[in-house]
Design a protein. Structure first.
Length: 294
């Protein structure tokens, strides 16, 4: 029997709730005395607005760590959102990706067709642009933005100062994805890791795992940077959106579960295929004969 798409809830700090959609994407609700901040909105499966309103009656501001479809899906339930200017302008692409992924998840989890799918039923929100260091004063609880480029050029994290907690979005993930057109280089992402080491917080979380990490954990990603620079890697493509391709570097043992929060891998932009000497000789011979090498 088809299931209704719903959100799972967990209070992880006195003023912070983690909300997880059926696609395992996480959003975070931060509350203060006067208002609340919703960080990211998942793939767009289930009624996130009703879920949030069941947790707080405070006015809610919606902010997005970056433009990808698995973070913006339910923001169509609000009239306005905040997003970095660098990441704005990708709505057509992400809506098209969402449509394909939504169909796959409906089939995979046998979701009811009358579940709430905000990209279909809602309206694209107006966008205000986040800036680095911007403060959202919720009343006794300040959340401050920090620029964390890598996964996307305009990626943002959110420091919940009263909880000493950094909501990092996809800035650092067990399988770090830098294969998108607007992803940075590995070197540029390495600088973001150093920025995260210098920020004032105790724990950071990302948008796809429940595990809480510390600054000390960033050392393993810095090791991954050096490993990936030296590793040849192998070609990879996304299961859901196969046109998304990259070069995968796996630092973890090959028998480790790739879904583990302790896994360490990195996918960078595709590298040109290197021709072997035999291939080059065949191509040169073909050119001299006026034909094409197969």
């Amino acid at each position: 029997m088809p299931q209704t798409a719903e959100w799972k809830l967990a209070q992880i700090r006195p003023t912070v709730w983690r909300l997880t959609d059926v696609g395992d994407n996480r959003s975070f609700l931060v509350t203060g005395e006067k208002s609340a901040l919703l960080v990211d909105t998942g793939e767009g499966l289930g009624d996130l607005r009703a879920t949030v309103e069941g947790l707080t009656s405070l006015p809610v501001t919606v902010v997005l760590t970056h433009h990808h479809h698995d973070h913006i899906g339910c923001c169509y339930q609000w009239p306005e959102v905040w997003l970095s200017e660098v990441d704005d302008g990708q709505w057509d692409q992400e809506e098209a990706f969402h449509e394909r992924v939504r169909a796959q998840l409906i089939e995979k989890y046998d979701l009811s067709e009358d579940s709430c799918y905000p990209v279909v039923s809602g309206k694209r929100p107006a966008v205000k642009h986040l800036t680095d260091g911007q403060a959202f004063d919720l009343g006794g609880n300040v959340v401050r933005t920090v620029s964390l480029p890598g996964h996307t050029l305009g990626g943002m994290g959110f420091l919940v100062e009263g909880e000493r907690l950094l909501l990092a979005g996809d800035a650092v993930t067990p399988i770090m994805t830098l294969f998108y057109e607007d992803s940075t280089s590995i070197d540029e992402w390495e600088n973001t890791l150093h920025i995260m080491q210098e920020l004032d917080y105790e724990v950071w979380v990302n948008a796809h795992y429940d595990k809480e990490y510390t600054k000390a954990d960033l050392d393993s990603w810095l090791e991954l940077v050096e490993f990936s620079k030296a590793d040849r890697g192998f070609r990879w493509e996304n299961d859901s959106l196969p046109e998304l391709k990259g070069q995968l570097h796996v630092m973890s043992p090959m028998d480790m579960d790739p879904d583990s929060p302790d896994y360490r891998g990195l996918i960078e932009k595709p590298k040109p295929r290197k021709h072997t000497g035999r291939r080059r000789r065949r191509q040169k011979a073909a050119e001299s004969n006026g034909t094409e090498a197969d």
